[in-house]
Design a protein around this ligand. Structure first.
Ligand code: AMP
Length: 546
């Protein structure tokens, strides 16, 4: 072998902010703050302040590899920590505040967090949890002196004082690119949450991918609204990718209601918005209730939807009322998170809106860097014919090879693929479509029924706000689908009307055995339907004819 004569250099997260501070130093980071006002700064400012954070960490005695935790919304101080903590060689542990307090306590102890930086919103929570976080040596409230509350957190530090007194002179250390950079726990729908430990290399490679045209196409031209939280898979990697390309980033802070999101989109001339379906439903409710005309008010071009399936009706509404193209994406905490993105191929150029929407509900094609297969229960590869569904397996340089502290044991198959726990089809063009979580799939008469397909079809009805489908035991068919529906407020809808609407939209034998109406559905900390909880709630349910 002859080695190439190219220079080598580790792919470090600090190189992203260094680049942004030189070549995009005036591009803005706009944040709605917990204190109230909208704050504006630039990549130049973030770079300076991240160096002050690094100096503050040195003053606190934080060493390379130590875990520094955050419990914070999307905002500029959180971004300073992203770069200050990881850039200095420590590990940024972003904690999801929507987890149960016992889970937060568990993961802070499991990760052996040394310091915790948190937003004003979480003062009451930390007052309770501080004595239980055994390894945490200090708590830092991410605000200035004038907002420091009277509270029962011993030795509480003020972020602006701690960081403000530091020099902004700091030389980012250079180390192995495979060094751990950040840590995020899975949302733990089964058992305890497990830690996914990202590296500098995986984060930088993932950023290259996010910026490329047929992935998310993030660029300096964009004003990108990060509704997706920085405590969940690094806000889909956007704080890193943004610095790589100089995108303007707009951070909503704690205000995720429809009105706040709409106003931020309008006032900050957002071109690209990223979030899970539930936040978009809140946005739609605001638009409908106030008879707004988004096409006139907003200039959003693309909306990236992931985390749960993007319903067809949602893609359609963004297209027709907002003039925005929905970029449906799929991934997971274990994948940094991007795995597939649903962009169009040249052959789809002349598709009608209807045909295009049929494609857009698919989760999309594997992006470069992610290798993908579907297998049967024995691990045999299944054909990519758009019909066969099987376990979706992935491998690649931003896919995890094991959980923190070896939890869950060996998680790769003999070929190095990670089992995503999702069940999917892949069509001959490579478009993957999730048909279920492996544990949620409905097994009826030896065949599988996709609960997600049924849910998507049900939310297409104008009176349906949200829908969930679970498998319920059935004497003859082993399991049959039960559709659970939340009606839009003030709307009428009967079981028969619902079933009539679904007839013809899904295979006959997939039609739900029954429909029940509820006021709301349980969600996980990351906004996904909590099927386990639903199955528990409907444990005693029996189908009418059973
Ligand atoms: P998390 O690790 O919390 O981000 O959850 C990852 C899981 O969310 C995936 O394994 C899927 O089950 C689900 N998910 C993510 N994106 C999508 C999507 N576009 N459509 C359907 N399910 C999705």
């Amino acid at each position: 072998m002859t080695m190439g004569l190219m220079q080598d250099g580790p792919l470090l997260i600090s190189t992203l902010i260094e680049h942004a501070s030189r070549f995009h130093k005036d591009a803005e980071i706009v944040s709605r703050t917990c204190e109230g006002p909208v704050h504006r700064c630039t990549y130049g400012d973030i770079s300076r302040r991240a160096k002050q954070v690094a100096n503050a960490l040195a003053e606190l005695g934080v060493r390379p590899g130590d875990r520094v935790a955050t419990l914070a919304w999307n905002g500029y101080r959180h971004m300073e920590l992203y770069y200050g903590v990881s850039g200095s060689g420590a590990v940024l542990h972003t904690i999801n505040p929507r987890l149960f307090p016992e889970q937060i306590e568990y993961i802070a102890n499991h990760a052996e967090d040394q310091f915790l930086f948190f937003d004003l919103t979480f003062v009451p929570l930390i007052e309770k949890l501080a004595p239980l976080m055994k390894t945490v040596k200090g708590f830092v409230l991410m605000t200035d002196r004038s907002h420091m509350p009277e509270c029962a957190i011993p030795g509480l530090l003020c972020y602006e004082e701690l960081v403000g007194r530091q020099s902004s002179e700091y030389e980012w250390p250079v180390f192995d690119e495979n060094t751990a950079s950040s840590l995020c726990y899975t949302s733990g729908t089964t058992g305890n949450p497990k830690g996914v430990l990202y590296s500098h290399r995986s984060s930088v490679l993932h950023s290259f991918s996010a910026c490329s045209a047929d992935v998310l196409g993030l660029g300096a031209k964009d004003s990108a609204l990060l509704i997706v939280p920085m405590f969940h898979v690094n806000a889909w990697g956007m704080p890193y990718a943004g610095a790589m390309c100089g995108a303007r980033l707009v951070m909503p802070g704690p205000a995720l209601d429809g009105k706040s999101v709409y106003e931020l989109m309008r006032d900050e001339k957002v071109t690209l918005a990223l979030g899970v379906p539930t936040v978009w439903l809140m946005l739609f409710q605001h638009v409908d209730a106030n008879r707004l005309v988004p096409r006139d008010d907003l200039c959003v071009e693309r909306v990236v939807i992931g985390g749960s399936a993007a319903p067809r009706a949602m893609c359609e509404k963004f297209e027709t009322q907002f003039g925005a193209f929905v970029v449906h994406a799929w991934g997971m905490t274990e994948m940094s998170p991007l795995g597939t993105v649903c962009n169009l191929l040249p052959k789809h150029k002349d598709y009608s809106l209807d045909q295009r929407l049929n494609l857009q509900v698919k989760q999309g094609r594997a992006i470069y860097g992610v290798d993908m297969k579907i297998t049967d229960d024995e691990g045999n590869r299944l054909p990519h014919d758009g019909k066969a569904f099987g376990h979706l397996m992935v491998r690649g340089p931003w896919v995890t090879k094991g959980y923190l502290k070896g939890e869950g044991g060996e998680i790769l198959d003999a070929e190095g693929f990670f089992d995503t726990g999702d069940v999917a089809t892949i069509d001959p063009d490579g478009y993957m479509q999730i048909t279920d979580r492996a544990k949620d799939v409905i097994k009826s008469g030896g065949e599988w029924i996709s609960s997600i397909d049924l849910e998507n079809a049900a939310v297409g009805h104008p009176a349906v706000a949200e829908a969930a489908v679970i498998g319920v035991a059935h004497a003859k068919w082993q399991e049959r689908p039960l559709l659970i529906v939340v009606r839009k407020s003030g709307q009428e809808l009967t079981r028969e009307e619902m079933l009539g609407f679904l007839d013809g939209k899904v295979a006959r034998w997939w039609l739900p055995e029954d429909v029940v109406f509820v006021d709301d559905l349980p969600h996980t900390a990351t906004g996904k339907l909590q099927k386990m909880k639903l199955r528990e709630l409907f444990r005693d349910y029996r189908f009418p004819e059973n």
